[in-house]
Design a protein around this ligand. Sequence first.
Ligand code: ADP
Ligand code: MG
Length: 307
Amino acid sequence: MKKITDIYKVDENSLIHAFQDACSDKEFKDYVYNLNIKEDILMKYTSSLEEAYNECKNCKKCKNIDNCLNKIRGYAYTPIFENNIITFSYDACDKLKKELKQNSYKDNVDLYEMPKEMASASFKEVYKDDKSRIPIIKYFKEFMDHYNDLEKPKGVYLTGSFGSGKTYLISCLFNEMAKKGIKSAAVYYPEFLVNLKGSFSRAKDSEDRSFEEKREYIKRIPLLLLDDIGAENTSNWSRDEVLGPILQYRMENHLPTFFTSNLTLDELEKSLSITSSGVDKVKARRIIERIKQLTVTLDLISKNRRS
Ligand code: ADP
Ligand code: MG
C-alpha cells in the first residue's frame, strides 16, 4: 500500500518535463536563465516562474500604470534567490514608486470625515467660469507666498451658499501647502464633534485618551480647517470645552485657522448662543471675537456645484 507522503510527491521526471515545456518559449527560457540559478532548482518553481515572467513582460510593455495588467496594480511578482531556495514577492514597479513619491505630500493633510475628492482638489482644476472665486484665490495665493515671512498669517472665514465650492477651495490651498511640507487638518466639524463626544464619554470610565489626543492634535496642527461650522448642534460642552480652547490656543500661537460655513458671523453668533441649557450671549460673543482675530471674512456666493 502507498504511504500518504508518496501520493503527494511529484516525481522528478514530471518536474523536468514541465520545466522543459515552459522553456520551449524562448523568452521565458532567457528570463529564467538570466536569473543565474541552477536548473535543478529552477525546475521546482516552473509555474511561479511563469507567473513572474508574465508579470515582468506586462511591465516591459506598460505605458500607463492605470492600465496595469498584473494581479496587483503597480506590483510585479518577482523571484528572490536565497539559501538555495526561490521565494517570490510583490515588488512595486518604477511607475508606482514615482506615483507614490508624487503623492507623498498628501500625507501632510489629515482629512477627518471629509469628502474623499478633497484629497485631490487642485487650483489647476478650479472652475474658471465664476468671478466670485477670484478674491478668494488671490488671498490664498498671497497666503502661500507669504506664509513663511508673516508673523501672524490669518486664515479665512469663508461663508456662502451651499455647494458653492467653499470646502473645495480651502482643500486646494491645503494641498498646495502640503507640497511645501506644511501639515494641515481638515475636519468636518459637525461629525468630528459627534465622534469626539463618543470618545469623551468612553474616556470617563476607561483609559481611553482619544478625546484629549484628537483635540490636542487639531489644536496644534499648523493649518486647520473647521468645515461647516454652524451646522452642528451646539452644546455648552462643544462651545466652551472644544471650540473655545482650540481657538484660544490657535490665536495665542498664531496658527492659521480656516472655517467654512453657510452662516454669516452674525448668524453663527446667534446659533452659538443657544444651547439646550439656555441662552448665553457672552460666551457666543467670545467665540466670535476669537474667529475674527484668527481670520478675514470672505464670501462665496455661487451656483450649487453638487450633482
Ligand atoms: P461647499 O463647501 O461650498 O458646500 P463644495 O466645496 O463641497 O461646496 O463643492 C461642491 C461640489 O463642487 C464638490 O463636489 C466639489 O468637488 C465641486 N467643486 C466645487 N468647487 C469646485 C471648483 N472650483 N472646481 C472643481 N470642482 C469644484
Ligand atoms: Mg462644504
